[in-house]
Write a protein that binds this ligand. Structure first.
Ligand code: IMP
Ligand code: MG
Length: 179
């Protein structure tokens, strides 16, 4: 899709995101046993801001950070059903506690594919968190263990999330409105 002129309407403030991450971190800590390392896997590139804030809320835990990149929409707002792994994990996850961190669950195809792939490597525990969820768009049967915010079917940007590679650096989540 060619880029059309647009404005960004603020949807979720930086403060609200911050407060929600504190709550989520408490729930995550309750789920993962004290004294066992958590391998936190960020899906590139959209989760990079979220994972940075989230791991710092897990500061009293032993955390390892790894990244995985799955093919995404390219420079468009269209979904693609075919998911390819562009960059795999550096580390082994067999027998380990894994938390997958994603920016948005939309159709669910990406996380569905990634969770099946990582599950086939026999981690001890495999959990998923997504900052945003658009349940009305779901095609694949996928449910994250934790969701930051449920949102309507709007195209959003900011806090790591892009439109045509722009706006990842906004500290809040905004929706794209074409003008
Ligand atoms: P799914 O496979 O359809 O669930 O796609 C999830 C991926 O699509 C997310 O990780 C995002 O990279 C991208 N995506 C979905 N919705 C949006 C959006 O509103 N803005 C930007 N990227 C999005
Ligand atoms: Mg993504």
């Amino acid at each position: 899709m060619a880029e059309r002129p647009y404005v960004i309407d603020k949807m979720i403030s930086a403060k609200a995101i911050d407060a929600r991450i504190e709550e989520l971190a408490r729930e995550i800590k309750a789920e993962f046993p004290v004294g066992e390392r958590i391998v936190v896997v960020g899906l590139l590139r959209g989760s990079f801001v979220f994972i940075a804030d989230l791991v710092r809320e897990l500061g009293d835990r032993d955390v390892e950070v790894d990244f995985l990149e799955a093919s995404s929409y390219g420079n468009a707002t269209e979904s693609s059903r075919e998911v390819r792994i562009l960059k795999d994990l550096r580390g082994e996850i067999e027998g380990r506690n894994v938390l997958v961190v994603e920016d948005i669950v939309d159709t669910g195809h990406t996380l569905n594919h990634v969770i099946h792939l990582l599950g086939s490597r026999h981690p001890k525990k495999l959990k998923t968190i997504a900052l945003l969820d658009k349940p009305s768009r779901r095609e694949a049967d996928f449910k994250a263990d934790w969701i930051g915010f449920e949102i309507p079917d709007e195209f959003v940007v900011g806090y790591g999330i892009d439109y045509a590679q722009c706006n990842r650096n906004l500290p809040y989540i905004g929706k794209v409105r074409f003008t």
